[in-house]
Design a protein around this ligand. Structure first.
Ligand code: GTQ
Length: 351
């Protein structure tokens, strides 16, 4: 064996001496700190509704929404177990509320989105206004708004929760408090916000009631689906995305909530998408139909065959290719607005 280079031993001794002073040599870690391209620790993952639904049902038998505060099964990235994160910046979970239950009122600085997966008729209340949930509805809970959920109908309701919990944790900027009442008082009729802001009009002397977040907190599926339908009749599908629209804050044209951008897209029957990658990891909820996602990382390509109510995650800078024989509708969300605000968002489309 060769003797170690004299400077190598001297370096080791320097590292040992500096360590108690909480010092580390940059040159040993520089390559990992500024990698030539993103190397996400996240992995692609698929949660089929068929596999997950029995666990939700059992959770429903073992704990009430009231006791749990929120009865949610967190979708954890397999490479980030224990961190309550589906990507480095985003949280996702499936929330169940049974007939007669209330998930009590609270508020927090973390922003939330709901995407309704199963059942109709439960409500979420945001700052005094209730919204009834239907499958495919996209609903937001802006930062620091009071919210509670309830079910006064006779079927269970399940929705996808998407929150910026890991991001807020990263910044150590989270606050939360519980409401005085279990359910907040209703101060406006259902639809009041939509009436004011949901028709390409806005109050003349109004402001943005939720600051940077959208003044509309419910985006009914009926409307979003119809928008895709119309698009389909008037334009060919994009070779990568099919027909894809982003949800907006009608006051700004920007994202409905400052940290998360949601999307809805339709792939026609027989769609063979081109591959693309982007620096914003994406969480998908399958709304209608079925298809396949091929995701390529440095470890190889995984194939997810998905159908309605399944969920999957595509990590940053891994190549995604979508395919669908029967056609499908996909909801998704990412942290794109934050990356755009920082000027670091990047997308690459291959032909
Ligand atoms: O409904 O307020 O999945 O506060 C995680 C944290 C849902 C909620 C979650 C929450 C909520």
């Amino acid at each position: 064996m060769n003797a170690p280079h004299p400077s190598a031993t001297a370096r080791q001794s320097l590292y040992r001496d500096m360590s108690p002073l909480n010092l580390t040599p940059l040159w040993e870690v520089l390559h990992a700190l500024v990698p030539p391209q993103p190397q996400s620790p996240c992995v692609p993952a698929l949660w089929t509704y068929e596999e997950l639904r029995p666990c939700l049902k059992r959770a429903g038998e073992l704990i009430t929404a009231e006791e749990a505060v929120r009865r949610v099964l967190i979708l954890e990235n397999p490479a980030l177990r224990g961190q309550s994160a589906i990507t480095q910046s985003l949280y996702a979970g499936l929330q169940l509320i049974l007939p007669g239950e209330v998930a009590p009122s609270h508020r927090h600085t973390q922003s939330a989105l709901r995407f309704i997966v199963e059942g109709s008729g439960a409500y979420t209340a945001v700052d005094g206004e209730r919204t009834t949930m239907h499958p495919g509805d996209f609903i937001i809970t802006p930062s620091w708004t009071w919210h509670d959920h309830g079910n006064e109908v006779d079927e269970p309701v399940v929705w996808l929760d998407g929150l910026d919990i890991p991001m807020v944790r990263f910044f150590d900027a989270g606050f939360a408090e519980n409401g005085a009442a279990r359910s907040q008082a209703v101060s406006r009729p259902e639809g009041a916000s939509f009436a004011r802001y949901g028709h390409n009009m806005a109050p003349v002397r109004g402001d943005a009631p939720f600051g940077a977040a959208s003044p509309i907190f419910s985006y009914p599926y009926e409307r979003s689906r119809e928008a895709l339908h119309q698009l389909e009749r008037s334009a060919p599908p994009d070779a990568w995305d099919g027909w894809k629209l982003r949800y907006i804050n009608p006051l700004t044209g920007g994202t409905p909530m400052p940290t998360i951008q949601p999307f809805l897209q339709r792939l026609p029957a027989g769609f063979e998408g081109q591959p693309s990658r982007q620096t914003d990891s994406a969480v998908y909820s399958v709304v209608e139909g079925a298809g396949t996602a091929y995701i390529t990382s440095p470890q190889g390509t995984v194939r997810f065959d998905f159908q309605a109510r399944d969920h999957f995650v595509v990590p940053s800078w891994q190549m995604l290719r979508l395919q669908s024989d029967a056609g499908c509708v996909l909801f998704s969300f990412t942290d794109r607005p934050v990356q755009q605000a920082l000027g670091i968002h990047k997308e690459e489309r291959l032909a």
